[in-house]
Design a binder for this molecule. Structure first.
Ligand SMILES: *Cc1c(COP(=O)(O)O)cnc(C)c1O
Length: 793
């Protein structure tokens, strides 16, 4: 950062602390120091923030609409991007303050579930780093994703009041508040602006998060209060604040709840109103919004913000008195849509009555869009049957993905295989109508947070090897590392750094989970939301298999291994919670068995989140990416592992396909059925046959009901899991995610890992080659493609 003065910073830090807490520096506690430090950094940011805002005016701008932004912590990342991380660390050291302790005072801003929300956060950071005029719009939930603890092996959820002790990384912009009108009440949407600091480039973009509040008097009714009706006196306040009270904790599953739709409409309506007001002020002559599309493009992150489409039409029709054709014309030029899933249970379908509860006009408008589309198709000669697949409204439900696809100028998937499945299957009828709209944008992750910040040891070593820091501005330059792939000294150093990160993780796990793990064992890590399609259960079944093999033959030569899991299950997802309990039971059984616990350990870390992730990714020897082929749209965890020099054990799914291509199959571990193979066997698949004929499969599946050392404590969780694998009830097929079909292949791949890991040099070479080829998975590349190919900014 230009003109950063250490002495001034130190003075300002002390001054802020004294002003805020009226305490001398010596008397302040860690949190007070953290908050004063954060405010000092915010002050540093403001000048560039104002400047960036000014420059974006009168330009074409891109707006990223997302119900989720999984930000995590900001302190370290902002310091890194400002280019003063080392300087501030040394200032703190002078003051006898430990940076790691201060850092741990910050609560994660966990306003998202998993990959989709984290992608939005990576995109914001890369947008600023690339100097793009990109703005994020979302929801300021008072409660982020729940905090998870394990009690007797069961997941228990606790609230996440992340702003309770203050939110130091946003500015409340009262004067830019909007009124959002629901069918039978109205609220005030207050924007909180979060600065997004570009990497060492002076750019500060804005993420605007809307908070719902009562319009007048803080929602307080004095008459009710005077008449002792205390609850009622606050009912208005509560009703308004309920809208942004809590993030829905469902990943890849539609909610179908009124409050969820209200949240979606709330942030989208506030955003569109604001942008229309600003446009009218800047372009008073353009009364029919003929040029609106020249200045705006809205990227819809999944279907969550798709209610923006009828909302912009409503405003142009009802408030700007435009004709249907003109209003529809504007709407058909400003949206672009990203699909994130092909799972049917995740595709949003809203009931018309529910939409009516939120915005009656949205119902009229959506029906009219559907009616006119059918009319157009009919005029083009389509028969009734041919028109049917295009119905946006079907049986009183609105297919939000169809509405988005019809009106967007671009429809993209998030990895090559996923975009292909959208064209061939999920949205095939729309692809036939509009082939030119479909495109792929393979996801990426920011190398600042996930490599430079999370792994400073490896970062410095890469600086040293490459002799410059150009790779930090163009990650594809990491490919130059390949020239060291046979250099013994370099490979040894890669192993040393990995070991150091494993020691650090082991300490952290000891502190927070109370479990001792051996950094000399293989760290085999699966961290992601708990979902059947991600197949944590397959991982668990292989662990059980290894356990039984060891019990049968205690001298079996297996390389010591530590299996690490991290995952939250949606609170209402019974089977996912059963799988957590199952893995925790296996963990107890194995970790407490002296016959096996020298060779096997299993740890399920609690409350997996961004700040925990930063410690886990750099410490992995194996990245588990084992979803059923065709089900994981992209995955981004796979990319974070790869950047941190880790080999992947995975299926041909999502971005794994591209990871395997970039780093080579010799340097990774591929197993399992391919997507087209699954489609071929789909109608005849018989998991019970596998269960009956394969002794290894039978042994581990039977363990669910028969292993005496594990128990679901009478909850029937394990019976439910057992049934899901081998008991096809009625029309419901068993083993929907092909665990048993892939079991042998997975066990075999794990055996290969065991054998290969012993050759430490060859292993390090694989790690190095993976890191060297991770360049294309930088979200800088992804966001540039959005900017050039979709947004034209
Ligand atoms: C990257 C990330 C994810 C996404 O992980 P996948 O393996 O791609 O599902 C989820 N949660 C957190 C906290 C992450 O950092």
């Amino acid at each position: 950062m230009k003109d950063f003065n250490e002495q001034n910073f130190k003075e300002q830090f002390k001054l802020n602390l004294e002003r805020k807490y009226v305490k001398s520096f010596e008397d302040a506690d860690r949190f007070e120091k953290y908050s004063a430090l954060s405010e000092t950094i915010m002050d540093l940011i403001t000048k560039n923030w104002t400047e960036t805002n000014k420059q974006n005016k009168d330009k074409r701008n891109a707006y990223y609409f997302s119900a989720e932004f999984l930000i995590g912590r900001s302190l370290g990342n902002n310091l890194l991007n400002l280019g003063i991380l080392d300087e501030v660390k040394s200032i703190l050291k002078d003051l006898d303050i430990d940076f790691d302790e201060i850092e741990d005072e910050e609560d994660d801003a966990a306003l998202g579930n998993g990959g989709l929300g984290r992608l939005a956060a990576c995109f914001m950071e890369s947008g600023a780093t690339e100097g793009l005029n990109l703005h994020g719009y979302g929801v300021r939930y008072s409660q982020g994703i729940f905090k998870q603890r394990f009690e007797n092996g069961f997941q228990k959820e606790y609230g996440d009041a992340w702003t309770e002790r203050g939110d130091f990384w946003s500015l409340r912009k009262e004067s830019e508040s909007q009124i959002v009108n629901f069918r039978n009440f109205s609220v005030k949407a207050v924007p909180y602006d979060v600065p997004i600091v570009g990497y060492e480039n002076g750019v500060v973009n804005t993420l605007r998060l809307w908070q719902s509040e009562p319009i007048e008097n803080g929602g307080f009714d004095f008459e009710d209060f005077n008449d002792f009706r205390y609850d009622k006196s606050l009912s208005e306040k509560n009703r308004a604040e309920d809208i942004t009270r809590v993030l829905y904790p469902n990943d890849n599953i539609r909610a179908g709840k009124l409050l969820r739709l209200q949240q979606q409409y709330f942030f989208v309506s506030a955003s569109i109103q604001e942008l229309i007001q600003k446009y009218k002020k800047a372009h008073p002559e353009d009364t029919d919004f003929k040029n609106f599309d020249k200045y705006h493009v809205f990227q819809l992150n999944d279907t969550h913000p798709v209610i923006a489409i009828p909302e912009i039409i409503r405003i142009l029709l009802d408030e700007e008195n435009m004709s249907w054709d003109d209003a529809f014309g504007v709407a058909s030029k400003v949206f672009a849509f990203t699909n994130h899933t092909v799972l049917q249970e995740a595709l949003e379908k809203w009931n018309l009555d529910l939409i009516h509860e939120v915005s009656p006009r949205a119902v009229d408008i959506i029906k009219e869009i559907d009616r006119r589309l059918m009319e157009t198709l009919k005029n083009e000669g389509y028969t009734i049957e041919e028109m049917e697949p295009y119905r946006i409204v079907r049986d009183d439900y609105v297919e939000m993905a169809f509405l988005a696809t019809y009106l967007s100028t671009s429809i993209n998937g998030v990895a090559e295989i996923h975009s292909q499945i959208l064209k061939d299957q999920t949205l095939n009828q729309w692809y036939k109508l509009y082939p030119e709209k479909f495109n792929n944008k393979t996801n990426g992750v920011t190398p600042r947070r996930w490599l430079q910040y999370a792994n400073p040891e490896l970062t410095s070593y890469v600086d040293e090897l490459l002799g410059n820091e150009e790779w930090k501005h163009d990650l594809t330059k990491l490919v130059e590392l390949e020239k060291f792939k046979d250099d013994e000294e370099v490979l040894n150093k890669f192993n040393e750094i990995k070991h150091e990160k494993k020691v650090q993780l082991a300490k952290y796990i000891k502190k927070y989970e109370g479990i001792e793990i051996d950094p000399n064992s293989i760290f085999d890590i699966q961290i992601k939301r708990l979902h059947e399609y991600k197949r944590q259960l397959l991982n668990a079944l292989n662990i059980l298999h290894m356990y039984y093999e060891l019990k049968e033959n205690p001298d079996l030569d297996i390389y010591p291994r530590t299996f690490i899991f991290g995952a939250k299950a949606a609170p209402g997802y019974f089977r996912a919670k059963g799988i957590i309990k199952f893995i925790n039971e296996i963990s107890q059984m194995i970790n407490n068995d002296p016959e096996v616990n020298k060779k096997l350990k299993v740890v399920f870390v609690q409350n997996y989140r961004v700040s925990y992730a930063e410690k886990l990714f750099p410490a992995a020897d194996i990245s588990e990416q084992i979803s059923t082929a065709g089900k994981e749209a992209s995955g981004t965890g796979n990319m974070k592992f790869m950047m941190n020099a880790t080999v992947t054990l995975g299926t041909l799914d999502g971005a794994n396909v591209e990871i395997f291509r970039e780093a080579g199959l010799d340097n990774n571990y591929l197993f399992g059925l391919k997507e087209e193979e699954i489609r071929e066997i789909e109608s005849t698949y018989d998991p019970v046959k596998i269960y009956e004929e394969n002794e290894n499969v039978k042994r581990v599946v039977d363990a669910l009901l028969k292993e005496e050392k594990i128990s679901d404590n009478g909850t029937n969780h394990f019976l439910d899991i057992y049934n899901s694998l081998v008991d096809s009830k009625d029309n419901d097929r068993a083993d929907v995610y092909y665990l048993l079909a892939d079991f042998d292949s997975y066990v075999e791949a794990q055996a290969k890992v065991d054998a290969d890991f012993r050759n430490r040099k060859e292993w390090a070479k694989k790690c190095l080659i993976n890191m060297a080829n991770s360049g294309m998975f930088s979200s800088d590349r992804t966001i540039r493609q959005y900017a050039e190919e979709i947004w034209h900014i």
